[in-house]
Design a protein around this ligand. Structure first.
Ligand code: G6P
Ligand code: MG
Length: 216
């Protein structure tokens, strides 16, 4: 493999937003009398907003409690709170080692992209002032099948004009590692807690993102 592009997940790879998702889902769950804890939050990583709410409802045996309209209303409420937390992010919140790794990759002529199923990805990147670090940011609203389907990684590769086999994908969630593998890319996992599929390289944190060791 000759690496021509590195495609990053956002939440948990570039910035730790899991705590914001947790606080927002917890507030909504408390309001609705639903059980929600860190272990359930873990299952929502890499999963779309509606699917996340459906997992919470399923955990509570409450799949049929709300109409589609009500569910839309509740996930909007969760998102409004999440967005208020996101707006507190600054460039200092980028996870350690990420900016240096991206800088090194771009200096070597390697393209970079963001493959996140989050519809808030552009806002998060804006708050981090990181949008310029990427050649392409996938539009989650336009990618129908979310992870573990490979689609969002393939959309990025195509937009960058690079063959999937020449791409590295970086992810913190099991669904994301599965998506990278299904896309036929080399996978780098960052502290992936559930691993039914092992990433090609598994790091404990982003501070271990060593360009010389990872990029071939
Ligand atoms: C990422 C996060 C998930 C989140 C999803 C949708 O994949 O890991 O926890 O549910 O994005 O995010 P959004 O900002 O669109 O609600
Ligand atoms: Mg993630």
């Amino acid at each position: 493999m000759k690496t021509k592009a590195v495609i990053f997940d956002l939440d948990g790879v570039i910035v730790d937003t899991a705590k914001f998702h947790f606080m927002a889902w917890k507030a909504l769950s408390d309001e609705l009398g639903l059980f929600f804890d860190e272990a359930v939050n873990e299952r929502l990583k890499g999963v779309s907003r509606m699917k996340s709410f459906e997992i919470i409802l399923e955990v509570n045996g409450a799949q049929d409690r709300f109409t589609e309209e009500e569910k839309e209303e509740y996930i909007k409420k969760k998102n409004d709170l999440y967005v208020s937390f996101v707006k507190t992010l600054t460039p200092e919140d980028m996870l350690p080692g990420v900016a240096a790794f991206i800088g090194r990759a771009r200096a070597a002529g390697i393209k970079t992209a963001v493959a996140s199923v989050s519809k808030n990805a552009p806002l998060v990147l804006e708050c981090l002032r990181a949008a310029d670090m990427f050649d392409y940011v996938a539009d989650a609203a336009k990618v129908e099948k979310s992870k573990p389907a490979p689609d969002i990684f393939l959309v990025c590769a195509e937009a960058l004009g690079v063959a999937p086999a020449d791409c590295i994908g970086v992810e913190d969630a099991q669904a994301g590692i599965e998506a990278i593998k299904a896309a036929g890319m080399f996978s780098v996992g960052i502290n992936v807690t559930v691993t039914s599929v092992e990433p090609d390289v598994h790091l404990k944190s982003t501070s271990e993102l060593d360009f010389e060791k990872i990029v071939k």
